[in-house]
Design a protein around this ligand. Structure first.
Ligand code: SF4
Ligand code: SF4
Length: 353
């Protein structure tokens, strides 16, 4: 993957257009019947239409603005993205999560900390007492500006569960995927998080890392990767963390751009389809998660959000959220869903099968 400096949107790439992505994912081997569509695959194992389980997680995108422009980013985030959630939308979310029974609030972006109402939202959400309160922190944001230097203390004060991407435990692969110098800044940020207690066995402050492959292949065994990350990060940098989540790159947005530009698209889709694991279907995150976009629109998952595939049955905006309608909907699927069911499966919490 090559380094990016601008979002696909700023470059006016066709892959910034969700309709074009969906048309492309429906064409080729899926259109001429060489490969089954994801809906056909579900049908063949008696799982169509895909239905939800219990609502457990509100995953909220606070905006597409980010201090990084990672090569694989499915959000197409970056400094040039201005979409940001308003405080009014956050207030509605807080009122809905309290009544929904969901036990986890998962804040993502972009860099969620760049939203001007981020700290207010965390403080208010912490008062709700959700069981698990996740912030997806890209690590480098902590060092990006003086105003973010105290984020580790702020997270610790509100018992935030920090989940951070680190593509590898060596600089080369990390910098290639996330930008020049990102590895060394990430190491510094991890040390700051450790210093306030994150990842330490004698605290409740959870620090998890996320690994994703650097190219058109599936992640290897999550347990083995976790052991390698723990050994290397501790021996070389004195860093500790709790768990490693290994996730599969979903063929949308910048990763789709990479697959097409590098002539890897067909082989990657073949790999995802041939690695389909029916046991992973139960654990796909759309079954227990409500995904909320920066403008309050609702989706089955973060990937459907980026493809503009709105939640079925016209719930539309968070202000209209209704648990009964959510429970009875059919989940919208397309060929990108094969990324969630390949091999050991993939979700925001790593492997699922
Ligand atoms: S840090 Fe995350 S949101 Fe930002 S560009 Fe990288 S992958 Fe995207
Ligand atoms: S991409 Fe989204 S809708 Fe498709 S299986 Fe994965 S979580 Fe579910």
């Amino acid at each position: 993957m090559t380094l990016q400096t601008k979002s696909l949107k700023a470059k006016e790439s066709i892959w910034a257009n969700p309709t074009k992505q969906l048309e492309f994912l429906a064409a080729g081997a899926f259109q001429d019947g060489q490969l089954p569509t994801f809906a056909q695959k579900l049908h063949s194992i008696g799982r169509a239409p895909l239905k939800p389980s219990n609502l457990e997680i509100f995953q909220v995108n606070l905006g597409k603005m980010c201090n990084q422009v990672c090569a694989h980013c499915h959000v197409d985030a970056g400094p040039d993205r201005k979409e940001i959630m308003t405080q009014e939308t956050m207030e509605i979310i807080l009122s809905k999560i309290a009544a929904s029974g969901a036990h986890t609030l998962d804040l993502t972006g972009g860099a969620p900390e760049m939203n001007p109402h981020f700290r207010w939202f965390v403080e208010e959400a912490a008062k709700l007492g959700v069981k698990d309160f996740i912030v997806r922190c890209n690590l480098t944001i902590i060092l990006a500006n003086k105003k973010y230097h105290d984020l580790p203390e702020f997270f610790a004060k509100h018992n935030v569960h920090v989940v951070s991407s680190l593509p590898y435990y060596k600089p080369e692969k990390t910098d290639k995927q996330r930008g020049e110098g990102v590895f060394s800044k990430s190491i510094e940020a991890l040390k700051m998080l450790n210093a306030v207690g994150y990842g330490k066995p004698d605290t409740n402050l959870k620090l998890d890392l996320v690994y994703n492959p650097s190219g058109a292949f599936l992640p290897s065994d999550q347990g083995g990767l976790e052991r390698d990350f723990k050994k290397s990060l501790f021996e070389e940098h004195g860093i500790v963390f709790n768990s490693l989540f290994a996730i599969t790159n979903i063929p949308i947005s910048r990763f789709l751009d990479y697959l097409v530009a590098s002539d890897n698209y067909e082989d990657y889709m073949d790999l995802l389809v041939s690695s389909f694991n029916s046991a992973a279907v139960d654990g796909v995150m759309c079954r227990n998660t409500l995904s909320v976009g920066w403008d309050g629109q609702l989706y089955d998952c973060d990937f459907n959000q980026m493809l503009d595939l709105s939640l079925q049955q016209g719930i539309g905006h968070i202000s209209n959220f209704d648990l009964n309608t959510w429970n009875n909907r059919n989940i919208i699927v397309s060929q990108h869903c094969y990324g969630c069911t390949a091999g050991a499966g993939s979700s925001c919490q790593g492997t699922v099968a």
